[in-house]
Design a protein around this ligand. Structure first.
Ligand SMILES: [Zn+2]
Length: 425
């Protein structure tokens, strides 16, 4: 066939496919832009995975190639985004045994399972902030290539200090040595190296741990661990390469040090008080509250033998205080981005975070904003995600009734679309 004919055929095929991929969603109630009021009886027109238009009334096309989806009795909104997940694992009685017995390949395949549970719960985008990195980078890229189904993934690379929360713990010394990698650093220049190193291998952002952590199996507390010079150097190295930094932090001194260094989000923020609230507002950083993690570790500490004594004490103390302090951050007007710490909690139960945020004093609309508009802003993708507007990804979820009237409606997601493809209906 001559090249011109081939070209013509290609053009024809492309047009043929794109028509087949046009969808009209009839939305009874449409919250296109969380933060503003929903509208009634709208048609969302989707072409090739993107929103092409939103028009009033229920539009109908005679074209047999165009698909119509009836969500006339539903509340329709942008897909939710969870800014704090760990998709390579899940805490439970077999976690340690599994990591020793399962092949790396099988552990990699399990991410697909956890990812689909998350997507079907209504989360079309996640930010993974601490998993086995190469697994997550591969999973992210495989999804983007269309090889496997899953939520859109923004994947962090970790940088932590020797003996700190991000370092290995709870295993015998020679195994600890085996599992210690190039992400562990000490001193500003070494941490600069570690930050650059994780970007080199594919990190979308850097995750650091400015304070101790609840689930470190060492009695090293939850106070500040990284020094200011280390924090500043990591943020600088990341920003030079166009990347953001998320810092795990419990104690207020560590929250303040991380905010002063210029991090873009504080994860957990359990002991944030008036001083850090002021800094949050000054720097524009987000708080990612992970109340579900607090709730989960308190329950596991009280009801199971999963935790060592070193962890148990921290779990009950921090988990309880985290929930109590969240309301103060909301009242102070700190910017909040939705995040669960799934992996500590069960994958697919991410929506429970919304119920906890509501109990903690956040209004339903603000909760929806935190998981859409604010999350998109935190990952620097506001031009593509977070609202349903022309030219953005068709990441759409629906539920039978409005979560603005009853936040528990979020537990009944019955429609999930990501980039125009339906995963639940
Ligand atoms: Zn976490």
């Amino acid at each position: 066939m001559n090249p011109f004919k081939t070209l013509l055929l290609t053009v024809f095929l492309v047009i043929g496919t794109s028509q087949a991929e046009t969808t009209y969603i009839h939305a009874g109630t449409l919250l296109a832009i969380p933060g503003s009021q929903p509208s009634q009886e709208q048609t969302v027109i989707i072409k090739n995975g993107m929103i092409q238009d939103i028009v009033g009334g229920y539009q109908v096309s005679d074209d047999p190639e165009i698909k119509h989806i009836d969500l006339k009795h539903a509340f329709v909104m942008p897909g939710m985004m969870d800014m704090h997940v760990h998709l390579t694992h899940e805490r439970g009685p077999n976690r340690f045994k599994d990591s020793m017995q399962m092949s790396d390949q099988l552990q990699g395949m399990r991410i697909i399972h956890y990812g689909m549970k998350t997507l079907k719960a209504g989360f079309t985008t996640v930010r993974d902030v601490g998993s086995k990195e190469q697994y997550m980078f591969a999973y992210r890229d495989a999804i983007n290539n269309g090889w496997v189904d899953g939520p859109r993934v923004i994947a962090a690379g970790g940088v932590g200090i020797t003996g700190g929360h991000a370092d290995v713990s709870g295993i015998k010394p020679d195994l600890m040595e085996f599992y210690t990698d190039a992400s562990i650093c000490d001193g500003p220049y070494d941490c600069r190296r570690a930050a650059r190193n994780t970007i080199k291998y594919g990190a979308d952002l850097i995750k650091i741990t400015s304070t101790g952590g609840v689930l470190t199996d060492r009695a090293t507390g939850t106070g500040q661990q990284m020094e200011s010079d280390e924090l500043k150097e990591i943020v600088r190295a990341a920003e030079r390469m166009g990347k953001k930094v998320a810092s795990h932090a419990h104690a207020e001194a560590g929250i303040i040090a991380a905010l002063e260094a210029g991090v873009h989000s504080i994860e957990h923020g359990s002991y944030a008080g008036p001083k850090s609230h002021k800094l949050f507002k000054k720097t524009g950083a987000y708080l990612v509250p992970t109340l579900l993690a607090g709730e989960t570790v308190v329950r596991l500490a009280k009801e199971t033998d999963l935790f060592s004594p070193a962890i148990k004490e921290k779990a009950i103390r921090v988990g309880t205080d985290m929930k109590n302090n969240f309301g103060n951050a909301v009242k102070a007007g700190v910017k909040i981005a939705f995040g669960t710490d799934s992996g500590v909690s069960i994958h697919g139960t991410n929506m429970e975070e919304a119920l906890l945020m509501y109990k903690g004093g956040m209004a339903p609309m603000d909760i929806l904003v935190s998981a859409t508009v604010s999350a998109a802003d935190l990952i620097g993708m506001s031009d593509q995600l977070g609202t349903l507007e022309n030219g953005k990804y068709a990441d759409i979820i629906a539920m039978p009734a409005s979560p603005l009237d009853n936040i528990e409606e979020l537990m009944h997601i019955n429609f999930v679309m990501k980039e125009g493809k339906i995963y639940k209906q």
